[in-house]
Design a protein around this ligand. Structure first.
Ligand code: SAM
Length: 220
């Protein structure tokens, strides 16, 4: 099966089940115009995040890796009026684009973009949790740390989603020393060994190519 077929099938599902509106279109356009890399989640992946947040009635969401705020907007739309989403972004330009997109989406009242390295900011969030859902989508080498933090800042029942865990299939190559692959394998090992987390991983194909996600639940 070829990429063009995966893309066409994704477009079909997106049109039917995850349709775009003017705000999401404008967000993607603003990201492209600002020269941001094309590495945001696909529309149907954004919708999956939103559904997960709604399924658990999330009131507090932590996102690690904002880029231009595309996934942020999908997630924040799942929040009730008093809900809160904190999203962490190391790149000040990305954060500025995200803030403007979030403002256009009318979500600035519930979304807080914090600029800096996630590992520096996460220890400051202890009083702002617990977070019902964490979406981890930043530098993959640090994913084991981010999962530990999501656990620390979560509560029993919290959901943790980790994006881009297949690495083109390299995740099974034990000798691969790419830091993102190592970070992903360490994340899987952590999840296997950590009794307070219950997890699975799925391979995906679509408009964004061949990849996959981990979904975990905080057990205790
Ligand atoms: N979640 C976004 C979406 O789907 O719309 C895409 C996020 S993009 C894949 C990853 C982002 O993480 C980039 O904007 C990058 O600047 C940011 N990032 C990379 N390393 C980081 C770090 N150590 N702390 C915080 N953000 C980081």
């Amino acid at each position: 099966m070829k990429q063009d077929r995966w893309t066409a099938v994704d477009e079909y599902f997106q049109e039917q089940l995850a349709p775009h509106d003017d705000v999401l279109d404008a967000t993607q356009q603003a990201c492209a115009q600002a020269g941001l890399p094309d590495i945001a989640v696909a529309p149907n992946q954004g919708k999956l995040l939103q559904l997960l947040a709604r399924m658990i009635d999330a009131r507090t969401i932590l996102e690690i890796g904002t880029l231009g705020g595309y996934s942020t907007i999908w997630l924040a739309r799942a929040l009730p009026d008093q809900g809160r989403l904190i999203t962490l972004e190391a790149d000040a330009t990305h954060a500025d684009v995200a803030k403007s997109n979030i403002e256009r989406a009318g979500l600035s009242d519930r979304v807080d973009v914090r600029v800096g390295r996630a590992l520096d900011i996460l220890p400051t969030l202890r009083d702002e949790g617990p977070f019902d859902l964490a979406f981890i989508d930043a530098d993959k080498v640090n994913n084991p740390h981010y999962v530990r933090w999501a656990l620390e800042l979560g509560r029993p029942g919290s959901v943790i989603v980790v994006d881009n865990v297949v690495r083109g299939g390299a995740v099974i190559d034990t000798g691969n020393d790419d830091p993102s692959v190592r970070g992903t394998r360490e994340t899987v090992e952590l999840l296997r060994a950590e009794p307070r987390l219950d997890a699975t991983a799925l391979q995906t194909v679509g408009g964004k190519g061949y990849d996959g996600i981990i979904i975990a639940r905080v057990v205790s």
